[in-house]
Design a protein around this ligand. Structure first.
Ligand code: C5P
Length: 218
């Protein structure tokens, strides 16, 4: 029997890498909820909408359709935005638009609709607490800011888009602060979530740890 898996935690803790690997091994579908906030932030900046103009942001969401394909590509109104939304300016924009309850409400409703059947892995900040409070397995993934900044730097380098360690470090700290101090669904561990600190773990080790947990749920 398939289950739903919620993976929450701060940015760059390894959530999406692990979620993708798990989805492949289990034959589950993966939904990257952060990509949806990124699409809103990206489109808002393209349309010169201020990141604190809640009303315009609400209207904007009604005009955009976010879809995913089986290869992990993200489309906004049929435009492939997979690469554009990974930019560090878009990361900051996503974290700014995500503080508004109305913005969250609309995206959460979409996420619940997509994952209403079992066999989904969702990653984000509020999956175990708000989006899928009934998920059979909840993981709260953390890592030190240093470990996360190192990983993000490497990712940017591999994409031929190097960003300095200091910039990435500061960006992560600021996003951590905003994500955990906002009034609407702040980042926090669900009471029934399993905490995994990935600072000193390899991807394979984390995947194995979660696969063992899945085996115990079934
Ligand atoms: O996970 P990712 O880094 O792509 O998310 C980008 C931003 O979107 C986060 O910093 C956070 O502010 C917001 N977010 C959120 N709730 C989610 C997923 C992402 O608030 N479920």
């Amino acid at each position: 029997m398939k289950i739903n898996i919620a993976i929450d935690g701060p940015s760059a803790a390894g959530k999406s890498t692990i979620a993708k690997r798990l989805a492949k091994q289990l034959g589950y579908a993966y939904l990257d909820t952060g990509a949806m906030y990124r699409c809103v932030g990206y489109e808002a900046s393209r349309r010169h909408i201020a990141m604190d103009d809640e009303q315009s942001l609400n209207k904007l969401i009604k005009q955009i359709r976010i879809t995913f394909d089986e290869h992990g590509n993200v489309y906004m109104n049929d435009e492939n935005v997979s690469d554009s939304i990974r930019d560090s300016a878009v990361s900051a924009a996503a974290s700014k638009v995500s503080v508004f309850p109305k913005v969250r409400e609309q995206l959460v409703a979409m996420q619940k609709e997509i994952a209403k059947s079992k066999g989904y892995i969702l990653d984000g900040r509020d999956i175990g607490t708000v989006v899928l409070p009934d998920a059979e397995l909840k993981i709260y993934m953390v890592a030190s800011v240093e470990a996360r900044a190192k990983r993000r730097c490497l990712e940017y380098q591999q994409k031929q888009h190097p960003v300095s360690y200091e910039t990435v470090f500061k960006d992560i700290e600021q996003r951590d602060y905003r994500d955990s101090h906002r009034a609407a669904s702040p980042l926090k561990q669900a009471e029934d979530a399993v905490l995994i600190d990935t600072s000193e773990m390899s991807i394979d080790e984390v995947v194995k740890t979660v696969m063992d947990l899945v085996a115990h749920v079934k």
